[in-house]
Write a protein that binds this ligand. Structure first.
Ligand SMILES: Cc1cc2nc3c(=O)[nH]c(=O)nc-3n(C[C@H](O)[C@H](O)[C@H](O)COP(=O)(O)OP(=O)(O)OC[C@H]3O[C@@H](n4cnc5c(N)ncnc54)[C@H](O)[C@@H]3O)c2cc1C
Length: 297
C-alpha cells in the first residue's frame, strides 16, 4: 500500500525523508520516512487510520526536547501536532485545558496571568504539554502529574478516548501515557496572586540560566537521579565533566547534560553515554538509568 500517497490524498501534507535533526533540541537525528504535523483532530485521526491500515509504525513527536534520534532515523510515520492543539482555555476558576502542542513555558505564564499557581517549577521545561505529560516533566520542586484531572487521547483508529485521573499513573519522569496520541489535558491548579506567581516564574528562570547550559543543543538531563543521589555529582566525580566524543561533550556547566557542540552524530552521544555509565558503575556500583529517550535506527 502506498501509505505516503494516501496521506497526501488525505491532505495532511506529509514531508518525505524529513531530517529529524530539524525537530529535536539536540539537532541530531536521521530522516523520518514521512513526517506529518496534524493541525486538526480530523487530520490526526486520518493520519492514524492510514498508518494503521498500512501496518506502518507511528512515532509521536512533541518538541523533541527529550529525544536522541539515532542517525538512521525513524521508519514509518512521525506525527507531530500544531494548530488547534496550541490552545490554552480556562473552563473554570481553577481549571486550565491545554492542547498537546502548547509549549510548557507558555502554559505556565498563561496560568500565572490568569492567577493560577502550581506549575511554576516546570516553567523552564522547554517541551510541549504532550511530551510533558508522557514524561511527567518536573523538577525537585514539583511535577506536572499531580495537577492532571484528565487526558484526551486518540486511539490507533483515530477514536477519541478520555483518560480520567483514576486511570493515570505518573512516576518519576515517566507515565502510562504515550502509547496513544495525547491531544490535550485538563489540569486543576490553585488560585494565587498574579504578581507573586510571576516573581516565582522569574526566579525559576534565573536559577536555570545560572545552572544549566540552556543555550546549547541538548535534551536536559541525560540520566535520572538514582534514589537519594544526583547523577550530575556522580558524573562529575568520575572526572568526565567536559569530556568530548566526536561532536558531543559532557557539559562543562552541568555534568548531567550532554551537548551537541560541533555537529555531533547520535553515535557520538551514545558512545559518551556508554562511557559515563561504565565509569560511574565501576566507581560507585550504581547503574544509571537514561532519562532521555533513544529512538530510531
Ligand atoms: C534545556 C532543557 C532543560 C530541560 N529541563 C527539564 C526539566 O527540568 N524537567 C524535565 O522533566 N525535563 C526537562 N527537559 C526534558 C524535556 O524538555 C522534557 O522531558 C519534556 O517534557 C519533553 O517534551 P517534548 O514535547 O519535547 O517531548 P518529546 O521529546 O518530543 O517526546 C518525549 C516522549 O513523549 C512522547 N510524546 C510527545 N508528544 C506526545 C503526544 N502528543 N502524544 C503521545 N506521546 C507523545 C514521545 O513519543 C516521547 O516518547 C529539559 C530539556 C532541555 C533541552
Amino acid at each position: 500500500m502506498d501509505w505516503i500517497g494516501e496521506l497526501e490524498r488525505a491532505g495532511v501534507g506529509p514531508l518525505r525523508d524529513e531530517p529529524l535533526s530539524r525537530h529535536t533540541s539536540f539537532k541530531i537525528g536521521g530522516p523520518a520516512d514521512a513526517f506529518v504535523t496534524a493541525t486538526t483532530r480530523a487530520q490526526a485521526a486520518a493520519s492514524l487510520r492510514i498508518a494503521k491500515a498500512a501496518g506502518v509504525p507511528v512515532f509521536f513527536l512533541g518538541w523533541g526536547s527529550n529525544l536522541l534520534v539515532r542517525d538512521g532515523g525513524i521508519r514509518g510515520l512521525v506525527l507531530a501536532l500544531g494548530g488547534d492543539f496550541e490552545r490554552v482555555d480556562f473552563p473554570g476558576p481553577e481549571l486550565v485545558r491545554a492542547g498537546s502542542a502548547v509549549r510548557v513555558p507558555q502554559l505556565v505564564v498563561s496560568c500565572a496571568e490568569n492567577g493560577l499557581t502550581g506549575l511554576e517549577p516546570i516553567v523552564g521545561v522547554p517541551g510541549c504539554v504532550g511530551g510533558a505529560l508522557v514524561m511527567n516533566a518536573g523538577t525537585r520542586e514539583g511535577e506536572i502529574g499531580p495537577f492532571v484531572e484528565e487526558v484526551e487521547t486518540l486511539g490507533p483508529e483515530g477514536d477519541p478516548v478520555v483518560v480520567p485521573r483514576s486511570a493515570l499513573d505518573f512516576k518519576y519522569r515517566s507515565s502510562n501515557l504515550g502509547k496513544s496520541l495525547v491531544l490535550s489535558a485538563l489540569l486543576r491548579l490553585k488560585r494565587g496572586v498574579k504578581a507573586d506567581i510571576m516573581a516565582v516564574v522569574a526566579s525559576q528562570q534565573q536559577k536555570r540560566s545560572r545552572t544549566q547550559p540552556i543555550h546549547t543543543f541538548n535534551v536536559g538531563s541525560t540520566f535520572k537521579n538514582p534514589p537519594g543521589l544526583y547523577a550530575a555529582q556522580m558524573i562529575e566525580r568520575s572526572g568526565l565533566k567536559g569530556h568530548v566524543v566526536g561532536g558531543a561533550r559532557v557539559s562543562p556547566m552541568h555534568a548531567n547534560f550532554i551537548e551537541n557542540f560541533a555537529g555531533a552524530k547520535a553515535s557520538d552521544v551514545l558512545a559518551l553515554v556508554d562511557l559515563i555509565s561504565e565509569r560511574v558503575r565501576a566507581e560507585s556500583g550504581v547503574k544509571l538509568e537514561l532519562e532521555m529517550r533513544v529512538v530510531g535506527e
